[in-house]
Design a protein around this ligand. Structure first.
Ligand SMILES: [Zn+2]
Length: 235
């Protein structure tokens, strides 16, 4: 094998890994009523779990019971939002999409959705235990708090989230930065972000104790380092 053959072979294999390692998120609400309009949000991430610039042509064929759904879309690093989709009748559904890969048709599905008149409850999804670089946790992989919020809102399409950094890594200016971020991202009805932190006791052996706040406007924290860890006072 010549050097250029080898490179070509390696590039082909890399390309295959890139395509096989993708995750396609098709996210819809978990519970709706018949005729209630909702949106379908779609994102594609590569093997590194980051949005990929490599475009994917996704076909969503007409499906029984679905309104406003038939489409062909190009998804790359920007999330797609299909508006005003609805279901005609009660039942359980998953939305099917298809794409071509290696001369074959592949199928992907959304999360399940339950359609029922006057549903007794609604279901929302979130993550209230996320660490960022501010909390000195996993410094080689942790990212800025803004990254966590953008990712939750625009890539995995969570309904709510909270950054829960270790108080040992926080200080007044980081706390103020997170407070402003929470305010910026918190849009009830679309996406909810909580102000929160994690307090580790007994030198880290006391478990992950996460504390979240419903209000961001009045809160500041005062941090004190003690023998058994860092504690904070609410002001
Ligand atoms: Zn934790």
């Amino acid at each position: 094998m010549t050097k250029s053959d080898c490179l070509k072979w390696a590039n082909n294999e890399a390309e295959k890994i890139l395509w096989l390692g993708r995750t396609i998120h098709i996210v819809i609400p978990s519970i709706v009523e018949p005729d209630e309009e909702f949106s379908v949000r779609i994102s594609v991430v590569g093997p590194d779990q980051m949005p990929t610039k490599k475009a994917l042509i996704l076909k969503i064929p007409q499906q029984k019971g679905w309104r406003n759904i038939r489409t062909t879309i190009k998804v790359c690093d920007k999330p797609i939002c299909l508006e005003k989709v609805s279901l005609k009748q009660q039942g359980s559904y998953r939305l099917k999409a298809e794409f071509n890969f290696l001369n074959d048709v592949r199928y992907v599905f959304s999360n399940p959705i339950w359609c029922r008149s006057n549903p007794p409850t609604r279901l929302f999804w979130g993550d209230i235990h996320i660490h960022s670089i501010d909390g000195l946790c996993q410094p080689y992989t942790a990212k800025e708090p803004r990254f966590g919020m953008e990712y939750a809102r625009n890539v995995t399409f969570l309904d709510f989230m909270a950054i829960t950094d270790h108080v040992r890594g926080l200080n007044a200016s980081k706390w103020e930065k997170q407070r402003k971020l929470v305010k910026e991202f918190d849009k009830p009805g679309e996406f909810v972000s909580f102000l929160a932190f994690e307090s580790s006791h007994r030198s880290g052996q006391g478990g992950d104790n996460n504390v979240g706040f419903l209000r961001v406007s009045v809160l500041s924290l005062s941090f004190t380092r003690t023998k058994l860890g860092t504690t904070c006072l609410f002001c």
